[in-house]
Design a protein. Sequence first.
Length: 299
Amino acid sequence: MYSGLILILLPLIIGYFLPITWKSILNVVNNLLSWMVYIILFFMGISLAFLENLSENLLNIARISLISALCIIIFNVIGLELLAHRYPWRHTHRQQVLPSRLQMALESLKLGLVVLGGFAAGLSHWAPLRHASEASEYALLLLLFFVGIQLRGNGMTLRQILLNRRGVTIASVVWLTSLAGGLLASLLLQVPLNTGLALGSGFGWYSLSGILMTESFGPVIGSAAFFNDLLRELLAITLIPALITRHRTSALGLCGATSMDFTLPVLQRSGGNEIVPAAIVHGFLLSLLAPVMMALFST
């Protein structure tokens, strides 16, 4: 029953506990990780093209991703606003001029285009492409190994995490409310509860959630998970500057796992350097939780 969870955790743990501190090696790992994401998402697109009743499944993907994203984000915002009311975040920072949000959104959409590219290639139904699912399983193990190295490379210690109470608290609220949103989505979509919970466990890490969910639930749910979490990141990029002054907690929480990397520059420019420690701890914790929770609900 727990073989899938062990399979996910083992390469992640091995990578995390490797004492790699050389910046040159970490840079190579980061580059390899980026390429692995592109490769696996390309395989995901190929698998999608081999589905039967393709047009019906594409509509199903859109329906699942939109409903799940809406449920999860609504629960997140309610929980984060209740937290902000009870635990106000005082600050004095004034916003700086931000880089083009359109350009940042286009960076996110690149991965969506990779999936579409794999889908287009899969439509040829070339015989070797039928092994895309098996190839992606091995690539996934390697990707999780690199993710473990990357997380350790950020230099976060248990002491630093536990001392930043705000980052831990916001991550906890996002975690719990995302699961609540996933439960509601499972009821509305009439899918098993564990599927809804797994959809709620991506925390905006669309590249990983799409891959893991495809391996566990097939290309329909996997693609829906990808677009569900992609919508979350695009929404965060768009709303951070508007929310950061009066709704600072929600601005951070909506970023999910990406507050440690992709959306961190936007948070820093909008909210100042004082938001950075909480953002890193918040993203770090959700990045650790995402593969574990998705694997747990896939067993």
